[in-house]
Each structure stands twice: as C-alpha cells, then as structure tokens.
Design a protein around this ligand. Structure first.
Ligand SMILES: Nc1nc2c(ncn2[C@@H]2O[C@H](COP(=O)(O)OP(=O)(O)O)[C@@H](O)[C@H]2O)c(=O)[nH]1
Ligand SMILES: [Mg+2]
Length: 330
C-alpha cells in the first residue's frame, strides 16, 4: 500500500501531469471516507484556476453502436497529432451491476498503451447523482493534469445523457446505419441534445444504408430548433473500424470550437456549466439526506401502509415526511 498523500502532493503531482497521481486523485474524490472528502474538497478548490482548458466532448449511443471502438480510433489519432486525451465514463448501470462500460477497456487497447492517454472507468456509486458528481470532478482533475481533450463516454439510456450533455462543450451522438423506420424508433430527445451526429459503421455492406441514415438525420436536424444560435448541428458518417470519416469529424469539431470561442460563447457556457453543476449537487445532496434521515426512514412503512389502504393522499404523505425532515411543505 502506497503511503497516504497530503493535499500538496496531489496539487503538485497534478501540475506535473503525473498520470499515476491523477489516478490516485480520482480514487480520492471517489472515496466516501470523511478525511478523504476533506482533502478532496481542498484539492478541487485548489485546482479550479487550472481547469476549463480542455475540449470536453460527450460521446453517446446505444450499446453496440461502436463508442469504444470510435474512442480508440479517434483517441489514437489525437495522440498522434500531439493532444493529450483523457477518457472517462458515465454509466448508471455500474451503480446496479458494479460493472462498467469501460470494463471493455480492452477495446481501447492501443489507446490505453499510449503515454498521452488516460482511461478511467465509470465510478460505481449508489445513485446516478453520485456517478455524475464523481465524473464531473474527474473531468476537472484531468484538466488540471493537462489533458486538452476529455472524452466522456455514456450509454444511451436514462438520464445519463442529459447529465453528460451538461458537463461537456460538444455532445456527439453515434448512430447505427439504417433509416426510415429506425429513425422513427429513436428517442426524440437525443436528437435535441446532439451537436454532431455520426453514423458509425459506414463501411462494407453498410455503406448505402449509412448514407441514407446520414441524410435522414440531416433533415431531422434541419427541422429542429437549434440549441445555440451559434451552431447548427450536423450529421456525418464514420467508420471506427476503418478509420474513415474521422478527419471530417474532427474538422466539424474544430469548426464547433471556433464558433464556441467567438464572442463570449465559451465563457457563458462555462458559467452555466458551473451553475448547473452546483444546482445538481444541491439537489442530489438534499435528496440523499432526505432519504437517509432517521425520522423519514422510520415513518415510511406506516405511510406506505396508509397509502395502500387509501387512508392518505400522496400530498399528505409527502407533507408528513417533509415535516419529519424539518421542512414545511409549500
Ligand atoms: N463494421 C463495423 N463494426 C464496428 C465499427 N465500430 C465498432 N464495430 C463493432 O461493433 C461492435 C460494438 O463495438 P463497441 O465499440 O464495443 O460498441 P459500444 O458498446 O458502443 O462501446 C464490435 O463488435 C465492434 O467490432 C465500425 O466502424 N464498423
Ligand atoms: Mg463500449
């Protein structure tokens, strides 16, 4: 067991860009031990001035669409081009299974071996809020350690997409080839979050279907109210397997970046990210402490029984619990 580190060790280690220390700093912020939490808070405060410099890119899509393969292909190219690339994951299923999307770190074998890269699996936590908080803090630590591209992978389920979209500058959604019926089938919400849609597996027999899908997404995007007045979402085709389309994709990312950096779009985005994170933290902490409150926990069975028997309305039950927690219901 390595010796316990102090705040100074973490701060200087991160400033050196030491990857081993970055890994330990992430373990620190994932810890729920009160003494660790204390150092973690000091560390996060200390590094704030050195954060915000990376391109934060979210990558989403259903399992099997090729996220890991795509990150491997794009990440290695970015390393070749002189970038330092960190990959982190937000996977709510890791809460239940204890597993992780980056359990398939093996799919990113080449990238994992690069000195310029750092790959961190999704934290497991009791709640999605916990996973999200740790991922946001991991993102900040990676920036403080000098990574200039941070790729945040998430599975295309539940609220994880919204949480990731809130933490990145650009939200990239990978789609499977196929059009028409399949386009009808996708969740509408995801298109509204996307800054770029990339139809993956545009290779071999899939090519024609990928073209069709790309055109359909382009049309769908055109009819939707844009997220920002400075960026029109677009769709393109890639093949993570063959490496095709990745240059065009990175060019679109560059164009997005240029638009983001004009006027004070970036400063505004960073401000709203910080505010949104703070709001999330408050909501998550309040909810956690409400659920864990002894009087609330003790009262719950009796209220559940009363609700079941129709002796009580949901609003009275909520009011009683909030009063137990020490709040007057509004
Ligand atoms: N033909 C083709 N297959 C791909 C491509 N990218 C990924 N795959 C395959 O799709 C499957 C799922 O890939 P993976 O990266 O694990 O997807 P993830 O679940 O989204 O991370 C694997 O069998 C990959 O080999 C691609 O560009 N073309
Ligand atoms: Mg994967």
């Amino acid at each position: 067991m390595a010796r316990r580190l102090g705040l100074e060790d973490y701060v200087t280690g991160l400033a050196r860009g030491d990857r081993g220390l970055l890994a330990r700093a992430i373990t620190l912020i994932e810890s729920s031990r009160p003494d660790d939490r204390l150092i973690a808070r000091g560390l996060l405060d200390a590094i704030m001035p050195r954060t915000g410099g990376a391109r934060r890119i979210g990558i989403s899509g259903v399992p099997g669409v090729g996220k890991s393969s795509f990150i491997e292909a794009l990440g290695t190219r970015l390393c070749d081009a002189g970038h330092r690339v960190a990959v982190i994951a937000v996977d709510p299923s890791s809460t239940i299974s204890g597993g992780s999307i980056l359990g398939d770190k093996a799919r990113m074998n080449r990238l994992a071996q690069r000195d310029e890269a750092f790959i961190r699996p999704s934290p497991s936590a009791r709640s999605l809020g916990g996973v999200a908080r740790r991922s946001r803090e991991t993102l900040l630590l990676c920036e403080a350690a000098g990574f200039d591209v941070v790729l945040v992978e998430t599975v295309g389920v539940g609220q994880s997409e919204t949480l990731v979209e809130e933490m990145v500058d650009l939200f990239l959604v990978l789609m499977l080839p196929g059009a028409g019926d399949e386009l009808q089938g996708i969740k509408k919400g995801i298109l509204e979050l996307a800054d770029i849609i990339a139809v993956n597996k545009a290779d071999g027999d899939n090519l024609a279907r990928a073209r069709e899908a790309q055109a359909e997404y382009a049309t769908a995007l055109r009819y939707q109210r844009p997220k920002y007045d400075w960026w029109r979402p677009r769709s393109l085709m890639v093949s993570a397997r063959e490496g095709t389309g990745l240059d065009q994709l990175w060019q679109a990312v560059d164009e997005h970046r240029a638009a983001l950096e004009s006027d004070d779009n970036l400063a505004r985005l960073r401000r709203s990210q910080l505010m949104a994170w703070t709001r999330r933290e408050i909501e998550d902490s309040l909810l956690e402490s409400f659920k864990n409150h002894p009087r609330v926990k003790a009262r719950l069975p009796e209220l559940e029984a009363a609700l079941e028997d129709g002796r009580l309305s949901p609003s009275s039950a909520a009011e009683t619990l909030l009063a137990d927690f020490g709040l007057d219901a509004v």
